[in-house]
Design a protein around this ligand. Structure first.
Ligand SMILES: [Fe+2]
Length: 319
């Protein structure tokens, strides 16, 4: 197996480049720095590309800007506004050029970068939802900045319940940033049922933009921290509809993410295969069947079901 995407260390330097062979000694080292997720090419996945995923160098650039913003806030300096605006503009472009998004799990980088990578992932998903809801560029901008900084309050407090307000205050000290963006940080742990924090807001009191940040926050945590597969994370989000965030937001979210990303090994009710691409429906991929050596578009074959996602390691150990 060879690496299909590079691995970066805490200084954002390439540790292992594309095409590196994945040796056991590397895996031990990667485990030490907290890298739990690798993109690999093997015989079955040859020729499959993940167009729905942001390219890794751009993702790393965005992470670096968030890191700078957090460092400035920790030192009570002004936030690097131009850089933040540039990052949000880039993320809006990334979202506009794709019908659906697949996240790079934050565990694909050194653990020191995970908190910043999380901000970028939340922003990507939030902007994707905003786009599906028909937001204007100005709304997407407010949403993007609020999401990119939503946890910035953590630099001032280690008490979980306090970070939303602390983040609100940091953002408000930068007057060029909209009040709406500051409220996203303030409200991103509030829930429609009034069980959230810090103010236990409920129903209409929770801004739509904050609900979007909340769902994006949950989704990245499910994918990156809990290691859930995308279709399982989607199911989990569904169960929280109208409890944590509005149903219309869950619907918009489900239109913009992919259940079975290209490269996923699946057991269908007609045999085993690998997802090669997403055509029209983000939850009904095109699958290459191993035995028949042909591709089928599940969106055109409603009777064919994905029964289970196959674990590549288990598959390998059976060979
Ligand atoms: Fe948070």
């Amino acid at each position: 197996m060879e690496l299909a995407k590079p691995v970066y260390d805490s200084k954002r330097r390439i540790l292992l480049g594309v095409g590196s062979k994945v040796h056991l000694k590397y895996l031990e080292k990667l485990d030490q720095i907290g890298v739990k997720y690798l993109f690999v090419d093997d015989v079955k996945s040859k020729g499959i590309s993940l167009d729905e995923m942001m390219d890794m160098p751009t993702w790393i650039d965005m992470i670096s800007i968030v890191e700078q913003a957090f460092e400035a806030a920790a030192k009570d300096e002004f936030l690097p506004l131009l850089e933040i605006q540039k990052a949000v503009k880039k993320l809006i472009e990334e979202v506009k050029q794709r019908n659906a998004i697949v996240l790079i799990p934050t565990t694909a980088v050194d653990r020191a970068l995970i908190p910043f990578a999380h901000m970028v992932n939340v922003t990507l998903i939030a902007l994707q939802i905003g786009k599906k809801l028909g937001y204007t560029n100005s709304q997407l901008n407010d949403l993007g900045i609020g999401c990119l900084l939503h946890d910035i309050g953590k630099v001032k407090t280690s008490i979980r319940e306090d970070h939303p307000e602390s983040g609100f205050n940091i953002i408000r000290a930068n007057r060029e940033i909209s009040l709406m963006s500051a409220h996203i940080a303030y409200q991103h742990h509030e829930t429609l049922d009034g069980e959230g924090f810090p103010r236990k807001l409920a129903q209409d009191q929770v801004l739509e933009l904050a609900q979007i940040c909340s769902i994006a926050n949950d989704y990245d945590n499910f994918i990156s921290l809990e290691g859930l597969l995308p279709h399982v994370a989607l199911e989990k989000i569904m169960t929280l509809s109208d409890k944590k965030y509005g149903h219309h937001i869950v619907v918009a979210f489900s239109k913009g993410i992919i259940s079975y990303p290209p490269g996923t090994n699946v057991q269908l009710n007609i045999g085993k295969g690998i997802v090669t691409r997403i055509q029209s429906n983000p939850h009904r991929p095109v699958v290459r069947l191993h035995q028949l050596q042909k591709e089928i578009d599940l969106n055109e074959q409603p009777t064919i079901l994905v029964e289970v996602v196959l674990n590549e390691e288990e598959e390998m150990s059976k060979l």
